[in-house]
Write a protein that binds this ligand. Sequence first.
Ligand code: URP
Ligand code: ZN
Ligand code: ZN
Length: 486
Amino acid sequence: MSDFDLVIRGGTVVNAAEISKCEVGIKEGRIVALGEMLGPGKQEIDATGKFVMPGGIDSHCHIDQRSSGGGRNAETFLSGTRSAACGGTTTIICFAAQEKGELLTPIVEDYHERAKESCIDYSFHLIISDPSDQVMNDEVPKLIDQGHRSLKIFMTYPRNRLNDAEILKVLETAKRKQALVCVHAENHDAIMYMTEKLLAAENNSTKFHAWAKPPLVEREAVHRVIMLSELLDVPIQIFHVSCEEAAEEIRRAQQRGLKIFSETCPQYFVLTERDLDRDQREGAKFVCSPAPRTEGDQEAVWDHVRLGTIGNVTSDHAPYNIDELEGKFWAGDNAPFSQIANGVPGLETRMPITFSEGVVKGRIDLQTFVAITSTNAARLFGLYPKKGTISVGADADICIWDAEKDVTITQDILHHDTDYTPFEGLQVTGWPFITISRGKIVWENGDVRCEAGWGKFLARDPYDYIEPRGILPTPFDPVVLTTNKK
Ligand code: URP
Ligand code: ZN
Ligand code: ZN
């Protein structure tokens, strides 16, 4: 008789808080024992020489989503989650995206329908592009109650951007309903102005994508949204921090005690603005927002990961095919930089690049790697301790990591449905050996064992981590006491 469905022996268990040599016993999709000399399992894995870590949590990825600019997403929920699983990730948080003039509920229902084919667990951020009274007062509170406990807003992109008054409205609802607001922070008018001027001077090529949106447009928007969040005393998460200037704004706010959280992405570890300076077809592969920066910014971003300013690494997987009419070149082969779809694919390469550039190159330790690729996202988005930890009672979402494996990243080894990788030719050390989703092996050393529909929607209840501080800039509380007089 077996005591467990699955036992992992011989590995080193790495959690964000501690490292231990122990066996892991799994039953009915959960971790039920950690210890020595565990009884037999129906299935056993020899993890000798490997790290046994919580499965990755990618809390920012666009899957089967309508684009913010133009073009059509290359990935389905099946291909996207398969690719994530092959890269060691066992949970994703993607988006249900509203556009201006639309109601949100039917959109969310539609995303749920399409996400049913996911092969790992998933949750949604709600993209609010039109915070009308109906949307914010009727729809969003109900959707949050159903477990969509994070909202995403854009400060740029014509179809999605919110002005400051609209941002305040979203922050207010988030505070009332205990949800977290995630922000794409770039100054829209400055980008539009620069774009117009660049194009008028016939500076059309992809290189000018970076010129249209330099670090200061990110810095200003980060500063502004921090101010808005401070005004209401509501925590926020700043998405895809790409440069020193933005990270410093966040650091300053954190040092003043504000609950400002932030993420970065592998593209800001390894790509630079020089990658955009190629012919249009090649350069388009690196068009994403914020734009890739400099080597100096890469090191600054790492500094802020070490300091804790930046708490998690996400892929911002935003896949558009090069060779597809509705892909990167939806506006035509000769489209200027401003009409090339924004975003790069990266679900599968997120953990390997972060491990290789981070742990192998001595920039971070193993536990920090686990924290920034899994545990911190679980805490921030209300999934902990079900996700993000190897602990008794947690879901058996596990990544067994081969820290010695040398891999050259090329398009043909990846499992996404996008027709390129921006990381082509990048050499990394460290790759997932086995990925386990709720006790089921979904990836084993080159063998894809994903099953469409295995993934479950993760409804997220209220949680303490994003409690406001209780400190307001004036004696008047604009959110809780709406009719008070001072
Ligand atoms: O370039 C990017 N990141 N595209 C995806 C949408 C967004 O900006 O997050
Ligand atoms: Zn964004
Ligand atoms: Zn994004």
